[in-house]
Design a protein around this ligand. Structure first.
Ligand code: NAD
Ligand code: UDP
Ligand code: UDP
Length: 343
């Protein structure tokens, strides 16, 4: 798994000589639900690196053992196959609650399961936090803003969400998860944190999870046309995963509940994204138009003033710098240039 370690160092800039946040405070016990997934596994790397003990709880719906198996054998790491919809008894100091499919293709696959995960799963993790006095961080989403009527989106905006649409299991589910989080805070005194994460990409994303960056990169590498949905003029703002992980840790360790937008304000249309993928992978890459999915938000861009001011955080990796790091990982996994660790 050397290649994983390699991009890890690159991504988190440990060569820059800076002491990563929290390095001096050793020995916290941390639960990461969904820790075998894309974002979770990068968070776990960072927590293990700074000296914490980490328990991952994951049902492997979209996560993979390969994402965390470089920690197997480390006594500070434990992996539990468990579904957060069922109660669990553990003893930890902090809970990062990420368990939930994030790609529209995955969360629409079994919408009732998605809403159970968001509601019952979050309730269980809050009940756990209450019992053991742990600090709890919810990874919510920019989808709580729905198809936003305010641009860019500020945390005070309440959103424009369809309660009966095909995305509702996810966006209404996350809205309810935020409500539960605040009610456990107000009612039971649980220490909570809420992050609203905007589109994030990087190594270890599921290759065929249907999200736009993973689709375009996999398609361009396989010399297939990149599938642009609708007219391709809808926008998203793409954040590299190391920036997100830094923001999540700062939020957990800081004094403020949030919610905080965590995203990269650089806004791209899907056609512009296709252009960047083309520049990065191959000038011959073609695009193909497909009908768009239902209720697709027209634009999305975070206002990150609050996170800048209160967390001292802002993204550092631009799309043109981050995309090649993801392309290297996808190339290895698709073509198996490195036999070990590919899947
Ligand atoms: P992912 O699908 O790679 O990871 C989710 C993980 O949760 C997987 O390992 C999956 O197996 C696990 N999981 C799902 N349901 C579970 C259940 N019922 N019990 C136990 N484990 C379960 O997705 P990701 O991109 O890493 O997203 C992580 C979190 O961040 C999610 O909560 C997601 O909603 C949020 N988020 C991500 C993005 C993004 O762009 N990546 C944007 C907004 C919010
Ligand atoms: N819960 C859990 N682990 C714990 C404590 C609670 O999984 O260590 C679950 C519990 O099963 C319940 C949920 O969290 O379904 C909410 O717990 P809480 O104590 O807040 O509510 P109650 O059990 O009174 O409904
Ligand atoms: N999209 C696209 N081609 C694809 C996959 C997605 O043009 O192959 C578009 C999709 O319609 C949406 C945007 O890319 O407008 C982002 O979609 P994604 O599923 O990545 O995340 P979302 O922000 O919708 O949750």
């Amino acid at each position: 798994y050397q290649h994983r370690a390699a991009y890890h160092h690159e991504a988190f800039g440990s060569a820059a000589g800076k002491v990563p946040l929290g390095l001096k405070r050793k020995g916290q016990r941390i639960l990461v639900t969904g820790g075998a997934g894309f974002v979770g596994s990068h968070l776990v790397d960072r927590l293990i690196q700074r000296g914490d003990s980490v328990i991952v709880v994951d049902n492997f719906f979209t996560g993979r053992k390969e994402n965390v198996m470089h920690h197997f054998g480390n006594p500070r790491f434990e992996l539990i196959r468990h579904d957060v919809v069922e109660p669990i008894l553990l003893e930890v100091d902090q809970i990062y609650h990420l368990a939930c499919p994030a790609s529209p293709v995955h969360y629409k696959f079994n919408p009732v399961k998605t809403i159970k995960t968001n509601v019952v799963g979050t309730l269980n993790m809050l009940g756990l936090a209450k019992r053991i006095g742990a600090r709890f961080l919810l990874t919510s989403t920019s989808e709580v803003y729905g198809d936003p009527l305010q641009h860019p989106q500020v945390e005070t905006y309440w959103g424009n969400v369809n309660p009966i649409g095909v995305r509702s299991c996810y966006d209404e589910g996350k809205r309810t998860a935020e409500t539960l989080t605040m009610d456990y805070h107000r009612g039971a005194g649980v220490e909570v944190r809420i992050a609203r994460i905007f589109n994030t990409y990087g190594p270890r994303m599921c290759i065929d999870d249907g999200r736009v960056v993973s689709n375009f990169v996999a398609q361009a590498l396989r010399k297939e046309p990149m599938t642009v949905y609708g007219d391709g003029k809808q926008t998203r703002s793409f954040q590299y995963v190391s920036d997100l992980v830094e923001g999540l840790i700062r939020l957990m360790e800081g004094e403020h509940i949030g919610p905080f937008n965590l995203g990269n304000p650089g806004e791209f249309t899907m056609l512009e994204l296709a252009e960047v993928v083309k520049e990065t992978i191959s000038p011959d890459a073609k695009i193909e138009f497909r009908p768009n999915t239902e209720d697709d938000p027209h634009k999305r861009k975070p206002d990150i003033t609050k996170a800048k001011e209160l967390l001292g955080w802002e993204p550092k990796v631009s799309l043109r710098k981050g995309l090649p790091l993801m392309v290297n990982d996808f190339r290895q996994r698709i073509f198996g240039e490195l036999k070990e660790g590919s899947s």
